[in-house]
Design a protein around this ligand. Structure first.
Ligand code: ACM
Ligand code: ZN
Length: 381
């Protein structure tokens, strides 16, 4: 493992260099569903720094696109960074038929962004989402799906979750993931790598001869345990490279995880509690409190949101973010496991930089303020 430069990747427990607090004060940007580009990312980093946020979680891969040109893996952007169209700007899953891309970041772009972030006290944590949300990866490597070549050569062009996931019975696919992640870690000097793990349907694994053979060989009764086997292998690989793996809270289902794994809780606080009770560190991103793809509810908001969100009447306001407490509902003895929190911009229906900034920037400022009130910093100088 050659990647080093840990200096640029450590996390500060201070905001503005003085006041101790949560070490993880993050923002996640999904650039797979829509791509915003370097200038927007830099403006975002400036804004984060101004509001005391110190982790930029970069969601670069998903069903709908692959946005990172990883040295040695040119096929990923060749097939994964362009799609023949996008779901219509609504939720009816119709297809607009307008080619989108190719859009992706080169290794030089990554170095520029990581340097820019580090100068502002921000660590960049890339996310390579595995073993689900891999529709774009499978466009480059259909042979790594349970369906084989029948998967086809384009990313998944609908909203929602693609049934096609990585074939975990395929030894070459699993070994390839490790080589890929090693190359990603060479590009990103920070201590943490996000390995995704969310929303992986088990439908294909249940029917696949290779996956079923793997389950038999390992004595696994449930397909979810197959994901746990894969996660443990990937987490182990990441730690053998001197890094720590972070995954969405689905990774705690199906079995135990190696010590040191970090769980990002988005669905329900019970998963944060379960992870913390197992001795794992936790980042809080509860969907109905921190997902900036849920509207603020401003009267003059000109933009679209997902239909289900509008129907649910859920709102996340600057005031609610200012009041957000990452440790709420978590038993006091587990508080030490809560590293901090992250707001997330999922961008299925967020298309332009102006729209992204409208939806995110005001509320990110309020989120930054959440770390400086109500005694969240235990010792204020
Ligand atoms: C997620 O919202 N799928 C992490
Ligand atoms: Zn399979």
């Amino acid at each position: 493992m050659k990647a080093t430069n840990r200096d640029a990747g450590g996390l500060s427990t201070t905001t503005g260099g003085q006041r101790p607090g949560y070490i993880w004060r993050g923002y996640m940007l999904d650039e797979a569903r829509h791509f915003f580009g370097k200038d927007t990312v830099k403006r975002t980093l400036d804004h984060m720094a101004a509001h005391g946020l110190n982790v930029f979680h970069w969601h670069l891969t998903d069903d709908q696109a692959w946005r990172l040109d990883v040295p040695g893996f040119p096929e990923l952007v060749k097939y994964g960074a362009i799609r023949p169209g996008s779901p219509y700007y609504g939720e009816d899953h119709s297809f607009d038929g307008v080619p989108y891309g190719p859009f992706f970041y080169t290794p030089d772009d990554v170095r520029e962004i990581v340097g820019y972030a580090n100068e502002r006290g921000i660590m960049v944590v890339p996310e390579i989402d595995l073993p689900g949300h891999v529709g774009a990866l499978l466009a480059a490597h259909p042979e790594f799906s349970c369906l084989g070549e029948a998967y086809g050569r384009t990313p998944y062009c609908k909203f929602g979750i693609c049934d096609d996931v990585l074939c975990l019975g395929n030894d070459e696919a699993v070994a390839w993931c490790e080589r890929l992640l090693e190359a990603v870690m060479e590009l990103f000097p920070g201590e943490y790598l996000h390995i995704g793990g969310d929303e992986a349907p088990t439908k294909r694994w249940e029917k696949c001869d290779k996956c079923r053979a793997r389950m038999r060989e390992l004595g696994l009764a449930e397909p979810r345990q197959l994901q746990n086997w894969f996660t443990r292998r990937i987490v182990g690989f990441v730690s053998s490279c001197g890094r720590r793996a972070v995954g969405w809270d689905e990774i705690i289902e199906g079995g135990e995880l190696p010590p040191g794994t970090i769980v990002q809780c988005w669905r329900d606080v019970k998963y944060a509690i379960r992870a913390a009770e197992a001795g794992l560190d936790v980042i809080m991103s509860p969907v109905f409190q921190t997902y900036l793809s849920i509207p603020e509810g401003l009267e003059d908001d000109p933009y679209r949101y997902r239909g289900w969100v509008m129907e649910s009447n859920r709102r996340i306001t600057s005031a609610s973010l200012r009041a957000f407490d990452p440790r709420a509902q978590i038993p006091e003895e587990l508080h030490k496991r809560i590293l901090g929190a992250e707001c997330c911009s999922w961008t299925e229906v967020t298309k332009t930089p102006a729209e992204l900034e409208y939806k995110a920037f005001g509320r990110l400022a309020a989120f930054g303020a959440a770390f400086s009130n109500k005694g969240h910093r235990k010792t204020v100088c």
